[in-house]
Design a protein around this ligand. Structure first.
Ligand code: GLA
Length: 699
């Protein structure tokens, strides 16, 4: 006897079979299917040679150590360290449209696992797994996967990311393994390879078509993603937040909940899976007053002044932004007591008495009077040994008795597992926020954890963030970790923006920003116009090109506008105006990526009837004439009116352009949707490092 339980989205189905003897078995996890007439697996799976007489399929909670030889969903130990089996003897399933809860009990071990799958707005599924100790003795949880599922036949490639400070999000594509593949974060945070997550692509999957399975964890600590081949010929994907030995010990009656995982399955390629993740993330962002306000243009002080703060200089910097359209001034590192360089001060969150003798209020009020919001950089989770805080509480930093405390950027990590540490930090942040009209925090975190603080450290950070948000619900927060070292779904409920990278070289940013968008939406992606040469790479890029690339996320400026000549200031102001005019199409909307011929990259953002299209050329063209760019999304409409809005490039030595581009500059040119999708939009000759921006409006 068996019953079928299926959860469907528009594009995908998760089909499970409740077999009384074997529990809740995976039958399908992929493109949408009709599963009402499902033949029981007992009838489709014949015997396999030299295998257990009792067939054990892949259950939602498989009996590891008792016949399931794939990766374990849960690993348990007795208090004396012996391993403890979990094998269900009772499975209960509750289901309604869009939600399935499976409660699996093991009466021998005295444990219950509850696994819930919820379909979210936009089509992704959230997996939440928890284990409860119903027995009489303590049990140590060594591992509990947030999600585990079979990857069936069409799976072919793994898409993941790695990175380092200033070189975030390098895309890696590998074949599915013959044995086992792992992506592991061990430094206490996800790191510069982006969110804990991966895509699995099918044969022939591209940006717009083919099957894509994409998983990310809602977690900002250590994690392991594993894909293991099963002898039966398919793979098992597991996503785990890591637990240190002995870290989670459940006393009778206690529960441990693994962080949730988000799963997207799309038949519309990478863009399809990304759209589902964007929708899931958007559902988790907690905007002040319940709604995203237009993302204000920032002026960030970091690359303009670094640590060279003085009240007058900073005032000048803020003023230099007001007549070019800046909407939020962010005072970066260097404002607090004793902070003249990165050797001292972290932990002492009071304005420096020499640089800001009257506190931050006069500056913040001036900034407000200029019509801008005032934002402030903090790095609460850290302490410099050279600080009053450390001198008073050396025991507040993460440490192991008898061991060195390795510093990184001359700083140590505070022990956020401690309530007194969190109370101190909350008190300091609360006081700063009350002392001046600060409506924005850039919350940084600039080093890996050594020693580690484990999962409790991550939860301590979440708790502190939540407490600050609850006390100051109108304050927005930007998550930063030496650039993009901690940009993930775990942080999303607490923050409103992520700083993508300290590398704001516009060429480097093109690829990085595309990769950022795999899981996180563009309105959360901090994108700044930097100086030329770029501080990190030393490369020079034309101002229009730098500006165009910075309009593709949440725009900011990270240079001193006072150092620009009049023409450059006017050009920067023009691009800020461009961003303000179009941000309603860039944020909270569909965001599609694609590739044209000859290395042309494109991004289209907007709605079903109104799109903004960026065509980006990085290297010089190889072909004699630019080939039209195919826009699959355009097929959804019969006709489109297309205008060329901008050609952002080095203005010197322009190349003559075909007549149609002059026409498209003057007014719209009409194309059929099928033409744009299948024959393509003509694109102008583009220099290296240039962006052509089009508006497409449904006719
Ligand atoms: C990190 C951030 C930068 C800046 C500095 C300040 O590197 O990523 O944007 O805030 O810290 O020290």
């Amino acid at each position: 006897m068996s019953t079928v339980h299926a959860l469907h989205s528009d594009e995908a189905s998760l089909v499970l079979e409740h077999d009384l003897a074997r529990g809740l078995l995976w039958r399908h996890c992929g493109a949408r299917v009709d599963a009402e007439q499902l033949v029981p697996s007992a009838e489709t799976r014949g015997p396999a040679p030299f295998s257990l007489n009792q067939d054990i399929g892949q259950a939602l909670v498989p009996p590891s150590g008792l016949g399931w030889f794939g990766p374990a969903l849960v690993e348990l130990r007795t208090p004396s360290g012996e391993s403890l089996l979990f094998a269900a003897d009772e499975t209960r399933v509750e289901q309604d449209d869009g939600h399935l809860a499976c409660t699996v009990a093991d009466s021998v071990a005295g444990l219950t696992i509850r696994l819930e799958i919820t379909r979210l707005e936009g089509g992704a599924f959230r997996f939440a797994t928890a284990i409860t100790n119903d027995g009489k003795a303590a049990v140590s949880v060594a591992a509990l996967a947030s999600l585990q599922l079979p990857l069936a036949a069409p799976s072919q490639k793994i898409l993941s990311w790695r990175g380092r400070h200033n070189a975030e999000l390098h895309e890696c594509i590998e074949a599915l393994p013959q044995q086992r593949w792992e992506k592991v974060a061990r430094q206490g945070l996800p790191g510069h390879g982006g969110p804990p997550g991966l895509f699995v692509l099918g044969n022939g999957t591209g940006w717009h078509q083919g099957i894509a399975v994409a998983v990310q964890l809602q977690w900002s600590g250590n994690s392991t993603f594993a894909i293991e081949r099963h002898d039966e010929g398919y793979w098992t994907l597991s996503a785990n937040a890591s637990l240190a030995p002995g870290e989670v010990v459940l006393e009778p009656g206690e529960t441990y909940a693994a962080p949730p995982a988000l799963l997207a399955i799309s038949v519309h390629g990478r863009n399809g899976a990304t759209a589902q993740h964007h929708a899931a993330i958007r559902g988790m962002i907690d905007w002040p007053r319940g709604e995203m306000s237009p993302r204000p243009v920032h002026l960030n002080s970091w690359e303009a002044v670094y640590f060279r703060h003085d009240a007058e200089r900073i005032g000048q910097l803020a003023r230099s932004g007001s007549d070019i359209g800046i909407e939020r001034f962010v005072l970066d590192d260097g404002w607090f007591k004793g902070r003249r360089n990165d050797m001292a001060g972290l932990g002492d969150w009071d304005p420096d008495p020499e640089t800001y003798p009257h506190g931050l209020a006069p500056l913040a009020q001036d900034v407000e009077a200029m019509g801008q919001q005032f934002g402030l950089w903090v790095e609460p989770e850290m302490v410099n040994p050279d600080s009053d805080l450390y001198r008073e509480h050396p025991d507040w930093a993460l440490s192991l008795e008898g061991r060195d405390q390795p510093t990184a950027r001359n700083q140590l990590v505070l022990d956020l597992r401690r309530e007194d540490v969190r109370d101190y930090l909350f008190g300091k942040l609360d006081a700063v926020l009350k002392s001046a009209p600060v409506s924005y925090l850039k919350w940084d975190h600039n080093r890996a954890h050594a020693p580690l603080g484990g999962a409790a450290q991550v939860r301590g950070t979440y708790e502190l963030l939540a407490r600050v948000r609850a006390a100051h619900p109108d304050v927005e927060i930007e998550g930063c970790s030496a650039g993009g070292g901690r940009s993930d779904a775990g942080m999303v409920p607490h923050v409103h923006r992520f700083w993508t990278s300290d590398n704001i070289d516009a060429v480097a940013r093109v690829q990085m920003q595309r990769e950022f968008l795999a899981f996180l939406p563009p309105e959360m992606m901090g994108t700044h116009v930097g100086g030329s040469p770029a501080h990190v790479t030393g490369r020079r890029h034309a101002l229009p090109y730098r500006c165009a690339i910075a309009t593709m996320g949440h725009m900011g400026v990270e240079l001193d506008p006072g150092t620009l000549d009049e023409n450059e200031r006017a050009e920067l102001a023009r691009w800020i105006g461009f961003y303000k005019r179009w941000r309603h199409l860039l944020h909270g909307t569909a965001c599609l990526l694609g590739e044209g011929a000859d290395d042309l990259l494109w991004q289209a953002s907007g709605t079903a009837s109104h799109m903004l299209l960026y065509c980006i050329r990085t290297n010089p063209a190889q072909d004699l004439r630019p080939q039209p760019v195919l826009l699959p999304f355009a097929a959804d409409s019969a006709e489109w009116d297309v205008r060329l809005l901008e050609l952002a490039e080095e203005p010197a030595h322009s190349f003559p352009r075909a007549a149609i581009f002059h026409q498209m500059k003057e007014g719209p040119v009409r194309f059929s949707g099928s033409w744009l999708a299948n024959a393509g939009l003509p694109t102008p000759v583009q220099k290296a490092e240039s962006v052509a921006i089009f508006e497409l409006k449904r006719a």
